[in-house]
Design a protein around this ligand. Structure first.
Ligand code: DGL
Length: 268
């Protein structure tokens, strides 16, 4: 049985999951966190389901060895393809949180008959997981999905809030399939970093959803439910990457200014 001071393990293919880690840290500042960015295998979005599952299992095993009390899959692509495998490795009663369920639930509730757009990696879009989960809860909702494979690598390389990112984002959002939507899901944990640019494209005419805060709330509820909320003082944060990249170091510092000491993890 895990104790309350045990860390929460969080992983993504790169910096995207830091948007989720930051939201968790903001809501639960006493929680110790271990973050793994699998930069050696970035991007997950174009990999096969089998490989993503394998990466997810490897990282989950490491987080379990580190005695984490919960695993948060802070990546939509890995949530789509590796959630079941990670849950199986961790055991059926171990809390594993993915980033898709909280978002799908919130959207189905807020737009039960809405026309909803999804932008995400190729992998997440071709899994069909968002439309499936939303329509299960809101059968009259309509979900149109667009794969936007350039966005995560662009963000990972530090291209956001500039001319290049604006041009790429606009050319995706202008696509026919996304016209007439009432809400858009940022179905990749990298995308909150370009949320201001997406919002400025729509100028407040539609609702923009990202899952970071919803996931943080879910983490809080699950920990409370299992009586695992930390009561410690200062949280300890550890950040690991499977391959060192300058862009990851810069972005980790952007989210957690005083706390980042980046370590290389030899998982593979
Ligand atoms: N941040 C990830 C996601 O939410 C993946 C980006 C990638 O590795 O392609 O899907």
């Amino acid at each position: 049985m895990a104790d309350q001071s045990a860390p929460i393990g969080i992983f993504d293919s790169g910096i995207g999951g830091l948007t989720v880690a930051a939201a968790i840290h903001q809501l639960l500042p006493h929680e110790n966190l271990i973050y793994v960015g699998d930069t050696a295998h970035f991007p997950y979005g174009d990999k096969s389901a089998g490989l993503i599952e394998q990466y997810g299992i490897g990282i989950a095993q490491y987080l379990l060895e580190r005695k984490c009390k919960m695993i948060v899959i802070a990546c939509n692509t890995a949530s789509a393809y590796a959630f079941k495998a990670v849950q199986a490795v961790a055991g059926k009663d171990f809390p594993v949180v993915n980033v898709i369920d909280p978002a799908a639930e919130a959207i189905a509730k807020q737009f039960p008959q809405g026309k909803i757009g999804l932008i995400a990696t190729r992998g997440t879009v071709s899994s069909g997981i968002y439309p499936r989960k939303i329509k299960k809860q809101a059968p009259k909702a309509e979900v149109t999905s667009l794969a936007t494979p350039l966005l995560a690598p662009m963000i990972e390389e530090g291209f956001f809030n500039n001319k290049i990112s604006r041009t790429i984002i606009h050319s995706y959002l202008e696509k026919k399939s996304l016209q007439g939507i009432e809400a858009i899901i940022l179905g990749c944990t990298h995308y909150p970093l370009i949320r201001p640019e997406i919002e400025s494209f729509y100028k407040g005419s539609i609702t923009v959803f990202d899952s970071a805060e919803l996931v943080a709330q879910k983490v809080q509820n699950e920990l409370r439910h299992s009586n695992l909320l930390s009561e410690g003082d200062e949280a300890k944060m550890e950040f690991y990457v499977s391959d060192y990249t300058e862009s990851f170091a810069a972005s980790a510092g952007y989210f957690f200014p005083e706390k980042v000491e980046l370590k290389k993890l030899d998982l593979w």
